[in-house]
Design a protein around this ligand. Sequence first.
Ligand code: G6P
Length: 471
Amino acid sequence: MPNGYDFVTVANRLPVDLTVADDGSVTSERAPGGLVTALEPIMQARHGAWVGWPGAADLELEPFDSDGIRLVPVPLSAGELEDYYEGFSNDTLWPLFHDVIAPPAFHREWWDAYRRVNKRFADAVAGVAAHGATVWVHDYQLQLVPGLLRELRPDLKIGYFHHIPFPPWEIFAQLPWRAAVIRGLLGADLLGFQRASDAANFLRNVRRLTDLKVSGALVTIPGEQERQVRASAFPISIDSKAFDELARSEAVQARAAEIRRDLGNPKTVLLGVDRLDYTKGIRHRIKAYGELVAEGRMPVGEAILVQVASPSREKVRAYMELREDVELAVGRINGEVGELGSPAIEYLHHTYPLEEMAALYVAADVMLVTSLRDGMNLVAKEYVAARVSDDGVLVLSEFTGAADELSGSVLVNPHDIEGLKDAMEFAAQLPQRDARRRMRRLRRRVLEDDVAKWSAAFLDTLDAMHGGPRG
Ligand code: G6P
């Protein structure tokens, strides 16, 4: 690497699943994901590197190549994982940025670790980026990186994308280190958010916490070299065509039919697919469904709810408690209203490969995305992309980024249990013709606005801020 890399992606995680064998040897497998799919062609064409944590504590790895991309591991100790990842990222910022659904904890030692780890990421990027390279930083775990990186390398073009909601001032103001976070973000040239309201919240926070001039989407940073930072919405998407093709494949279609058979060929299969996270509204959804069954509106045998909850952040207390609550609720409902061989809810605490997910989407008549707050929610888009038969109904929370885009879904307020029940029943009983009309509209949107278009829009805007493309 004599001159460094022209395009550097920075995210908390590297796009690989690493396995450490008993003898300490490490093997890596590319982890599938929207971001990797979107960035892979750009990274391969532009001499790209990806800087991130390799996914296990105390793993010191040399940089390595994988499918034409340089992977640069940033090590984290067990203590740093506790304080930076589980602590500040996922027990302070995550709840604070999701409407304080769970109470955020504020600890000075967590903040110290967050600063220290963000600096380590910035140093790693500074060490591999070519002169004038484009650096794209991702998500709330790394909000200080743009500022730290600009100090080290003012020659770089720095973009940042925030994948989760950005809170209004009334909530953000609680953060003891609020001004430092805003300063960190303002190190970027372009800040991307999921929704226009997230960008507006950010800009309002800038106004409240700094004396900087904010005009429309632009913040002016004075200095020897005055510069401008743009904050705008770039709603993220999925590799829609790949999903559509996967769903059309014989193997996935056959597996979908098998799933329906295994479920006892009910009239209606309802599906929830989430990381087991309190922002996803799983408790509310299960409660509403249990009541529908108990009231005879969704009789067992005729309908079934399949809830896939993939394990997530299992060392954070709020996640442990959520798991207990959800599993207790499912057990109680199945015990009370289920019948031998016919549960009301089929609950799966697993992570599945993409093919199985596609088969579940193909098998489901009604998809339930009922988050209490969600940056975008890509499950909603995956369901739509997988509905190659143009039918199926998406029940979607108003509090997701996806709700701004996906008209054709049945919108719900997940806090309104009666409204949620009515929406589920409405979706299950919607005449085919109406369901198809809605789904066709949704599919046009999701197939048109895919993740390649999203990354191109972001990177073109970043280039334009520097007076055109380079490299
Ligand atoms: C959300 C965040 C991502 C994060 C993912 C999985 O989608 O926006 O930044 O990577 O959740 O969470 P984890 O803590 O397992 O990385």
